[in-house]
Design a protein around this ligand. Structure first.
Ligand SMILES: *Cc1c(COP(=O)(O)O)cnc(C)c1O
Length: 377
């Protein structure tokens, strides 16, 4: 790595930059929990649930231990289990499908739209069988899935729609926030997500009071009172320290989202001259994306990735192997070629550095490195 490259080193994400900006607020939030020595549930968790439900424009939010737990407990609360099928995307983090498998149900992978990378509604409609119970769209990279068409398919076949909103806190569809679009939605607060805790954390949002109550029972060993367990549940509570961190961060999220949106628009503007070599991300006219990731496509992708990494630029791949081709899902019997768009995207996608604190100079260094790779310095 040359000296020039070193001075322009840009990470894929920079969580320290965020802490540098709001450190005292985080420290105070953590200290208050530690001083009260109240580490499990309590008012901090409840307050975060109320504030996060308001953020998502839903009646309820239930805090849980992770995004994975949010997905699994929501599907269980919807009575999904052995013999059922749940249609989802293979172009996502594996937790989306693992949650389906954990209930005993079968993940059925439908192909994605080549522009937005979210579930292709036509492919979903074609995948419905008599065993289908739910559709699990993923708002991948921070862009809402095509909810109008997915909800119409669900209504036609009496299916539940559970949003995987782990990458899309604050994104909107026809002006309405994700989390309020399906029957329920699942959020992750993994540290690198748009709203990140300082460890694992997650939440479910819904307008359905029964569903919220069921998830609240399931996350805490099936109990409403300390020693009476109404159903067999799980230990998947939202950690109180994480709730305190999330409460300190939530008021900043709109500002951080605006910064992501400004940087994404700037990438699209600066990279437009390379459009013949690089496919830039497209946004549905009904969607307001929150840019968890800014993902371009190119071939050969790996050569560009290597070149950026050699210049100290932390590009990444989300995700290199689609779920239907993962060894863990070999038992489902999918083959290469079954999901052509998903496979093409997995082979060509590249995530560029993007985080709210990224400077324009850092972004210019990324753009310059890409232009240099394509010989258009
Ligand atoms: C991060 C993520 C999850 C899992 O969330 P965890 O909090 O890591 O368990 C699920 N789905 C998607 C799309 C994600 O990005």
């Amino acid at each position: 790595m040359g000296l020039l490259a070193m001075t322009h080193a840009v990470p894929l994400v920079d969580l320290s930059a965020q802490y540098a900006a709001i450190g005292p607020e985080i420290d105070a939030a953590i200290r208050s929990v530690v001083e009260r020595a109240a580490f499990i549930m309590g008012p901090e968790v409840q307050a975060f649930e109320i504030e996060f439900a308001a953020f998502c424009a839903t009646r309820h939010a239930v805090g849980v231990a992770s995004g994975t737990a949010a997905l699994e407990l929501t599907l269980r609360a919807c009575q999904i289990g052995a013999g059922d099928e749940v249609i989802t995307s293979a172009h996502t983090f594996i937790a989306t499908a693992e949650a389906i498998s954990a209930t005993g149900a079968r993940p059925v992978f439908a192909d994605i739209d080549p522009v937005t990378y979210t579930l292709d509604p036509e492919a979903v409609a074609a995948a419905v069988t008599p065993a289908t119970r739910a559709i699990l769209p993923v708002h991948i990279y921070g862009q809402p899935a095509h909810m109008d068409r997915l909800l119409a398919i669900a209504a036609r076949h009496d299916l539940v729609v559970v949003e995987d909103a782990a990458q899309a806190h604050g994104a909107r569809w026809h002006g309405r926030p994700v989390g309020s679009l399906g029957h329920a939605a699942c959020f992750s607060f993994y540290p690198g997500k748009n709203l990140g805790a300082y460890g694992d954390a997650g939440a479910i949002t819904t307008d359905d009071p029964q569903l919220a109550a069921e998830v609240a029972l399931l996350r805490n060993h099936g109990r409403r009172s300390k020693y009476l367990h109404e159903i067999k549940g799980y230990g998947e509570r939202l950690d109180t320290l994480q709730a305190a961190v999330l409460r300190a961060k939530l008021p900043h999220l709109p500002t951080w989202t605006a910064a992501r949106q400004r940087l994404a628009a700037r990438y699209s503007e600066r990279l437009a001259p390379l459009a013949e070599r690089l496919t830039l991300p497209g946004v549905d006219p009904a969607a307001e994306a929150v840019w968890h990731l800014y993902v371009v496509r190119t071939q050969p992708r790996d050569a560009l990735l290597d070149s950026l990494q050699q210049s100290g630029i932390g590009a990444g791949i989300h995700y290199p192997t689609p779920l239907h081709l993962q060894p863990a899902y070999a038992d489902l019997g999918y083959r290469r070629g079954d999901l052509p768009v998903t496979e093409r995207v997995a082979e060509s996608c590249l995530s560029l550095p993007l985080y709210p604190e990224m400077t324009e100079a850092q972004q210019d260094a990324v753009v310059a490195a890409i232009a240099a790779f394509f010989g258009q310095r």
